[in-house]
Write a protein that binds this ligand. Structure first.
Ligand SMILES: NC(=O)c1ccc[n+]([C@@H]2O[C@H](COP(=O)([O-])OP(=O)(O)OC[C@H]3O[C@@H](n4cnc5c(N)ncnc54)[C@H](O)[C@@H]3O)[C@@H](O)[C@H]2O)c1
Length: 262
C-alpha cells in the first residue's frame, strides 16, 4: 500500500513499538497519524511528536474502538491503515504450573492481545469494504508462531492473534482488505525491559525504530508475515518440518534458561 497521504491509526502508541510506528508512518508521508492508547497523556505526547492526533482509548472495550473510529473518520477522513499494536506480556512465576496464572491474567491477555484486533476489524471492515479496501497491521510476536517460554498466556493469545489475522486476510481478500502481522522477537521497549533475561534476548534485541522500519517495508510490499528477526523463519520451518523434535529443542532451551545464573 502507499502510505503517503494515508490516514493511519496506531494503538498502544504511547510507548515502544507503537510510538516508533507513528513516527515512521508520519515520516513516510501519512496525511494524519492517530496515536491511541489507554495512557491518554502518553498518546498525546506521541501525537505532538508527529503533529497528529492523540486519543485515549482502551482497546479491550468494543464501544471505545467504535467511538474512536467514528470520531477519526468524521474529523479527519477515511482510515486507510489500522495498526492494532497494543499488547500485554504477563509472565508466569518461574517453574510454576504453566496453567497456574490467575484467570484475570488470562482474561486481560485475551482482551488486549486478541479481542482488540477483533473489535478493530468489526468496526473498520464495513467502512473499508464500502470504499474498496483497507489495511490492517497487527503487532503480534514471534511467540505467536513459535512459543513463549515463561508465559503460557502470552504464547496462547499471540497464537490466537495469528489465527484471527489469517482468517481476516482470507475472508476479505476479495474485498480489497490486506493484512500484515508484525512478529519480532526481543525489542528494546518498556515491555521487554520489565522481563527477566530470556529466550527473547537470544537473537539480539532490536530497537523499536528498526522494527517500525521493517513494518513499513512489509506494509508497502503488502506482505502478510513481517519478521524483523529473520531467524524466526528458520525456526518456523524447523517446527513445521518436525514438531516433536522442535518441542524437545524448546524444552532444552527452557532448561538452559532456567538453570542459567541470574
Ligand atoms: N518488546 C518486545 O520485545 C516485543 C516482542 C514481540 C512483540 N511485541 C508486541 O509489540 C506490541 C507493543 O509492545 P511494546 O514492546 O511496544 O510494549 P510497551 O509496553 O512499550 O507498549 C505497549 C503499549 O500498549 C498500551 N496498552 C496496553 N493495554 C492497553 C489497552 N487496553 N488499550 C490501549 N492501549 C493499551 C500500553 O499503555 C503501552 O503504551 C505488543 O503487542 C507486544 O506484545 C513486543
Amino acid at each position: 500500500m502507499d502510505i503517503s497521504g494515508a490516514i493511519v491509526v496506531v494503538t498502544g502508541a504511547a510507548s515502544g513499538i507503537g510510538r516508533a510506528l507513528c513516527a515512521r508512518f508520519a515520516g513516510a508521508g501519512a496525511r494524519c497519524v492517530v496515536a491511541a492508547d489507554i495512557d491518554g497523556d502518553g498518546a498525546a505526547a506521541t501525537a505532538r511528536m508527529v503533529a497528529g492526533i492523540g486519543i485515549r482509548c482502551d482497546v479491550t472495550l468494543d464501544a471505545e474502538i467504535a467511538l474512536m473510529v467514528a470520531d477519526v473518520e468524521a474529523r479527519v477522513g477515511p482510515i486507510a491503515l489500522f495498526c492494532s499494536n497494543a499488547g500485554v506480556a504477563l509472565f508466569d512465576e518461574p517453574a510454576a504450573n504453566c496453567a497456574g496464572a490467575p484467570d484475570g491474567s488470562w482474561t486481560r491477555s485475551w482482551a488486549v492481545n486478541v479481542m482488540a484486533h477483533v473489535h478493530a476489524a468489526r468496526h473498520m471492515l464495513p467502512r473499508m469494504t464500502a470504499r474498496g479496501g483497507g489495511y490492517f497491521l497487527n503487532t503480534v510476536s514471534a511467540a505467536g508462531l513459535l512459543s513463549q517460554i515463561g508465559s503460557a498466556a502470552y504464547a496462547t493469545t499471540k497464537h490466537a492473534a495469528i489465527g484471527f489475522a489469517e482468517n481476516l486476510a482470507i475472508s476479505h481478500r476479495d474485498e480489497g482488505i490486506r493484512v500484515s502481522v508484525l512478529c519480532p522477537q526481543g525489542v528494546d521497549t518498556p515491555m521487554l525491559r520489565a522481563l527477566p533475561q530470556g529466550p527473547q534476548h537470544l537473537d539480539g534485541v532490536l530497537t523499536a525504530e528498526a522494527v517500525a522500519e521493517a513494518a513499513l517495508e512489509g506494509v508497502v510490499a503488502e506482505r502478510f508475515l513481517i519478521l524483523p528477526h529473520p531467524e524466526v523463519a528458520t525456526y518456523l520451518r524447523r517446527k513445521v518440518d518436525d514438531y516433536d523434535r522442535w518441542i524437545g529443542g524448546m524444552a532444552k532451551l527452557r532448561r538452559r534458561m532456567r538453570d542459567a545464573p541470574p
